[in-house]
Ligand binder design. Structure first.
Ligand code: GLY
Length: 456
């Protein structure tokens, strides 16, 4: 946890934004794998972590925006809890750790919410994403939960700009990100199974923190964007996409992608595609700064990719027209990045559009750009991923070719040689500073020379 004052200040800032009503923030409960005592690794709700910091199941936070008071509800531990799971800290003591003096049992929580409902007060809740949460809130308020837009907007406003303690935590977490990605580089040799590398990486995340921040994507079939299957045996010259993140004990996430050649040397053909993706990544790093639309950074990456593919003869025509028409999305069918913080896709449970878009920037409906999670103007303190990629997806190529989609901009006949290429994605995390952007942590080897040197 951070200091109790950190949480008290955040709650005060939330009250100033929400202004009135009762704000209900349930923490998560344990989630059984197959019976009650056999549970998945506990993961606290990120909003609860942000405002209360306590990393234990079964707690609910309430913030009264009219009186300015915060309360913590839950059970005191029983002797059984102490014996079986070592839980012994009284609720009151937990509350003090996050700057709260008022506590109550779950029954008191029921009474408090029932009274507020009876008085016709607004009950602010966030969109529930777990069945248990949904049922708890429905039981408390006596109706189906309906998320409060005021609360969503206030949480997005606060959590989008990372505080100094959060930036320091993310920066520290990047040390483990560096370790796991260079470990993958050292291990990617012919005769090794993808699962051996993924398992070693996941083990390291548990050795140094709370584990992975999302299921590891590691595959020589890198053209499958979120490929969680790790069953392939690696052979010389396979190209492996490794997209993996670490979660610190305070639950801050990292998210990086590197693409590595099995055996340690890129082929000429791989280098040519790789260097285009690297140029796109670097162009965003150099141009991202406060006031710039992240959507424009996405289009900048698309432009660099289109220019590069034209030089290789895979695309053709006017670059600006090709990008406007979405032709680049045959090769770069996802968005440039997303916010990062307590969640790997930070705050996505509030609704992706409420995080990445606003009154000024509306989501595109065009294939490819529609997947852009983050589009709005950058501000100092934002933390975003920068993850351009080029992929050769045979089914998509066939579909576009058959339909003649963007045929003015794509040399389909040249793509035959690339059908088994796979993909390349290169992802860093950027902190937006007062005047530009910086890669968080020590940059994981990224140029062809750096990667080959690390793998040697
Ligand atoms: N790096 C995984 C993701 O962004 O979904």
């Amino acid at each position: 946890m951070f200091s109790s004052n950190t949480y008290a200040t955040r709650r005060d800032r939330l009250i100033a934004l929400v202004k009135s009503g009762l704000i209900l923030i349930p923490g998560n409960t344990d989630s059984p794998m197959n019976y009650r005592a056999n549970i998945y690794r506990f993961r606290q709700d990120s909003t609860f972590l942000y405002f209360f910091g306590l990393d234990e199941p079964g707690l609910t936070g309430v913030i009264d925006a009219d009186s300015g008071e915060s309360m913590l509800f839950g059970e005191d531990p029983t002797m059984e809890d102490t014996i079986w799971i070592g839980s012994f800290e009284p609720l009151q003591q937990k509350a003090e750790r996050c700057g709260i003096s008022n506590t109550g049992s779950p029954e008191k929580l029921n009474e408090k919410v029932a009274q507020a409902v009876a008085e016709g007060r607004i009950i602010h809740i966030l969109p529930p994403y777990r069945a248990e949460q949904q049922m708890q809130i429905a039981a408390l308020i006596g109706s189906e939960p309906k998320a409060s837009q005021v609360l969503i907007n206030a949480c997005v406003t606060l959590r989008s700009v990372k505080e100094a303690c959060e930036l320091a935590e993310l920066e520290k977490a990047m040390e483990v990100a560096y370790l796991i990605h260079t470990t993958a580089m050292h291990m990617a040799k012919p005769g090794v199974y993808e699962s051996e590398i993924a398992g070693t990486m996941e083990g390291l995340t548990l050795k140094y923190g709370a584990g992975i921040s999302f299921p590891i994507i590691l595959s020589k079939n890198g053209q499958i964007l979120h490929n969680h299957h790790h069953h392939n045996l690696l052979a010389e010259n396979d190209l492996v996409v490794v997209d993996a993140g670490f979660e610190s004990y305070r639950h801050y996430a990292t998210d990086n992608t590197r693409t590595i050649p099995v055996g340690g040397r890129f082929t000429q053909k791989q280098k040519e595609i790789y260097d285009i993706v690297l140029a796109a990544n670097n162009a965003v790093l150099e141009n991202a700064k406060p006031g710039v639309l992240f959507r424009d950074m996405h289009f900048l990456a698309a432009t660099v990719i289109t220019d590069g593919l034209k030089q290789l003869g895979l695309m053709k025509g006017n670059t600006a027209e090709a990008v406007a028409s979405g032709a680049h999305a045959l090769f770069f069918p996802h968005g440039l990045g997303h916010m990062l913080g307590l969640d790997v896709h930070d705050m996505e449970n509030y609704g992706e559009t409420f995080v990445g878009y606003n009154h000024e920037v509306k989501r595109s409906e065009q294939f490819g750009t529609a997947y852009l999670r983050m589009a709005r103007r950058l501000e100092p303190g934002f933390v975003v991923t920068n993850e351009p990629g080029i992929y050769f997806i045979p089914a998509l190529i066939d579909q576009w070719q058959a339909a003649g989609t963007n045929s003015d901009f794509i040399n389909f006949d040249k793509l035959t040689d690339y059908r088994s290429f796979g993909g390349v994605r290169l992802e860093d995390t950027l902190e937006i500073t007062s005047h530009g952007a910086r890669v968080m942590g020590k940059r994981i080897p990224i140029t062809v020379e750096e990667v080959e040197r690390e793998m040697a």
